[in-house]
Ligand binder design. Structure first.
Ligand code: GRF
Length: 210
């Protein structure tokens, strides 16, 4: 990516605490990125309010406003493209992006998932980890592909499960780790660049890990 701040488009569906962490980091000199737009698949969420308070333009694309999921996906890809992103960050965006989106933004779209991939993909990472009885779970940042939480892994952080955890307490603890991981990894992607080599992701601009 270039010497000017990397342009981030962030997509959200909920409370937007991960978005807030990015907005706060982007306000620090030397972070190397700026949030140029925030998009959502629904109205009335705190994530959009956070963007509004930060003076960042927002857009909403509801699946129900389109004839098909594919039409929604194409329009989402087009609107995101209009903001000329270097990186698209799905931060609690509760929709799978489709073919058109990946054709336009694949390779520069990352998603954060509240489990340690490849364990517990899908919508219920913390609950599934708790039900399985694992003692360690965590969060994963990955480059989005056509699967469900299957993309090449950029960063992971482990989080211990406590005996008295509920889904809510565990998810809250994971989200704390997730925000730190997201800010750190997105900043490095912005400042150092990154290379996706099969399933391996490396920071930096040269293919050679030496
Ligand atoms: C995060 O744990 C994310 O991984 C999951 O939903 C949560 C979103 O939290 N998909 P927030 O909206 O960033 O507060």
């Amino acid at each position: 990516m270039s010497a000017s701040p990397a342009r981030l488009v962030v997509l959200v569906s909920g409370s937007g605490t991960n978005l807030q962490a990015l907005l706060d980091a982007c306000g620090e000199s030397g972070y190397g990125a700026e949030v140029v737009a925030v998009g959502a698949d629904r109205d009335g969420i705190e994530g959009l309010a956070r963007a509004g308070r930060a003076g960042v333009p927002t857009f909403v694309q509801r699946v129900s406003d389109f004839d098909s999921r594919a039409a929604w996906d194409e329009e989402l890809a087009r609107v995101v493209e209009g903001h000329r992103p270097d990186l698209v960050v799905l931060a609690g965006f509760m929709k799978l992006v489709g073919e058109a989106f990946l054709a336009a933004h694949g390779g520069r779209t990352v998603n954060t998932h509240p489990a340690l991939s490849p364990s517990f993909p899908g919508m219920h990472g913390p609950a599934d980890a708790l039900a399985y009885g694992v003692k360690v779970t965590g969060c994963t940042l990955f480059v989005v592909d056509a699967g469900v939480d299957t993309g090449a892994i950029v960063a992971q952080t482990a989080v211990a499960v406590s005996d008295d955890d509920t889904e809510a307490t565990l998810h809250e603890r994971i989200k704390g780790a997730e925000r730190v991981m997201l800010v750190d990894a997105v900043g490095r992607m912005a400042r150092e660049g990154f290379i996706v080599d099969g399933r391996r992701v490396r920071f930096g601009r040269t293919a050679d890990p030496q």
